[in-house]
Ligand binder design. Structure first.
Ligand code: 5GP
Ligand code: MG
Length: 183
């Protein structure tokens, strides 16, 4: 966990400017209509907290749990989704919010699962999208930043539960990653 292995790729100011831009896009799209914003735990919590304070439409907030990494692994394993904590979304405009769009499987699966509850609409916002990694047809509706295919931490994103509290986004050098470790 040597901090020297972190390479900052987005400064705190850049991240905050990106979040303001996302808030502007989202406000323009919903034009004052009530919104239900659903954060994908745990990585989205920092973006969720910052973003909702920049939105002024009537807003409900919920969370779902989705995990595809275990322990020290930095490549996705089987996806586990827990929607028990989901609020009522029937006839609601739902905006899913996640930290990063990598293969896209998490958001694509959540959109399918949410559809069963008959929401009025389901859209998505991510802070980051890794280039050249998508394995699904879905595109996030709002994207903060396109980034290269590197493992990143900070602003909600973790490695072995560390680094979520960094106010910037950094890549972690390959030598720091226990590739394939964990289950
Ligand atoms: P996807 O289903 O799009 O492949 O993966 C999305 C999830 O994988 C994200 O919600 C995030 O939890 C995790 N993830 C993907 N890439 C990274 C990364 O570079 N760093 C971290 N910390 N998590 C990542
Ligand atoms: Mg996640």
């Amino acid at each position: 966990m040597a901090s020297t292995a972190l390479k900052q790729i987005l400064s705190e100011a850049q991240v905050q400017a990106g979040v303001r831009r996302l808030a502007g896009e989202i406000s323009a799209h919903y034009d004052g209509r009530p919104l239900t914003i659903i954060g994908v735990l745990t990585g989205s919590v920092v973006l969720l907290a910052d973003l909702i304070r920049l939105l002024d439409m009537p807003l409900r907030v919920g969370v779902v749990q989705a995990r595809s990494y275990r322990g020290a692994a930095t490549t996705p394993g089987a996806l586990t989704i827990n929607i028990e904590s989901l609020p009522e979304i029937r006839d609601c405009d739902v905006l899913l919010i996640d930290d990063i769009f990598d293969t896209g499987q998490t958001l694509a699966e959540l959109v399918v699962q949410f559809g069963r509850f008959s929401p009025r609409s389901v859209r998505s916002v991510v802070l980051l999208r890794k280039q050249g990694r998508s394995r699904v047809a879905l595109e996030p509706d709002h994207i903060g930043f396109e980034i290269p295919d590197e493992f990143v931490v900070g602003y909600g994103l973790d490695y072995q539960d560390a680094y979520r509290n960094l106010p910037f986004v950094a890549s972690l050098e390959a030598s720091e990653l226990a590739e394939g470790a964990g289950a």
